[in-house]
Design a protein around this ligand. Structure first.
Ligand code: PDD
Length: 278
């Protein structure tokens, strides 16, 4: 692969970042993951806007302007002949002598790479995924998309250890979100219930798009917290993210959701999202 590092295009084996990089030493970095289908960027404007917000919240100066950033995204797709997959972008505060205080004159590090992945033909779309529920032990600013992904990684491993695909995280008795996606349910009355935006969850770009589409096709959307119990008794459940779009959740903690098959509202929203964005 050809990767982008601080203004240079390099084969991945030649790309280097300092051992003093604060992304490496302090997880002092933010990221975005943008889907690519047929060489086209999906929901790019949303990802660019959230990146700007994450950088602002952490006072990391942006190393690029919006036009160049879009150009870099387009160029990395072209240079890697990426048809379907993901673009990973990370911006850290950059290298500095190790100190908890931020450096006075930061030189942020920007890195982009691609990952080929079948998003549309994902076999899990047919069966849905299984999730476990476990405590949400992440920090309290989940609205900032930082690279502090150790707990989500542990949650994913715990899910796999228990023969499930992913984990839904629980705080104060309510689901926050999945390890790397937003969590949603559909009630037996056909209402879409999803946690409202706050610092408890990442403000998913796919979530926002799917909620808009849901409303436009006449699905009632209720933005409120829901419990694991309510999710287990729901008619349908699903997750949204750039890497999965809309993915049915058909098992929660070893029990089926509804009839245990991907539900009609979920399938309709997945189809609507794909049709709208392609
Ligand atoms: N994860 N919540 C969390 C904790 C996430 O990490 C993600 C995305 C989402 C969904 O956000 P969006 O719809 O903007 O992708 C929600 C990415 C895909 C990742 O870490 O790979």
């Amino acid at each position: 692969r050809i990767v982008y590092v601080n203004g240079e295009w390099l084969p991945e084996s030649e790309a280097k970042v300092s051992v003093f990089d604060r992304g490496f030493l302090f997880a002092d970095a933010v990221y975005e993951v943008t889907a690519v289908i047929g060489g086209k960027l999906i929901d790019y404007a949303g990802h660019a806007a959230r990146l700007k917000r994450s950088l602002g919240e952490l006072r990391i100066p942006s190393p690029t302007d919006p036009d160049s950033l879009l150009e870099i995204h387009r160029e990395i797709v072209a240079r890697n002949n990426l048809d379907e997959g993901l673009i990973y972008l990370q911006i850290s505060r950059g290298p500095a002598d190790r100190d908890f205080a931020f450096p006075k004159n930061p030189a942020p590090t920007i890195v982009l790479f691609t990952q080929a992945k079948a998003i549309l033909a994902n076999p899990k779309v047919e069966t849905g995924i299984s999730v476990i529920t476990i405590p949400d032990l992440r920090w309290a600013r989940r609205d900032i998309k930082t690279v502090q992904l150790l707990y989500p990684s542990i949650a994913k491993m715990e899910a796999m250890r228990r023969n499930a695909d992913d984990a839904w995280l629980v705080e104060d008795g309510f689901i926050t979100e999945a390890s790397s996606a937003n969590a949603h349910i559909v009630t037996t009355e056909g209402k879409l219930v999803t946690r409202s935006l706050s610092s408890a969850i990442l403000h998913g770009i796919t979530r926002a798009s799917v909620l808009d589409l849901a409303r436009s096709v006449g699905v009632t959307v209720e933005e409120r917290a829901f419990t694991p119990e309510e999710a287990k008794n729901a008619a349908e459940a699903f997750i949204t993210s750039a890497s999965s779009f809309v993915m049915p959740v058909t098992r929660i903690d070893d029990g089926p959701v509804g009839d245990g098959l991907p539900g009609p509202v979920t399938q309709r929203l997945r189809a609507a999202y794909i049709e709208d964005r392609l």
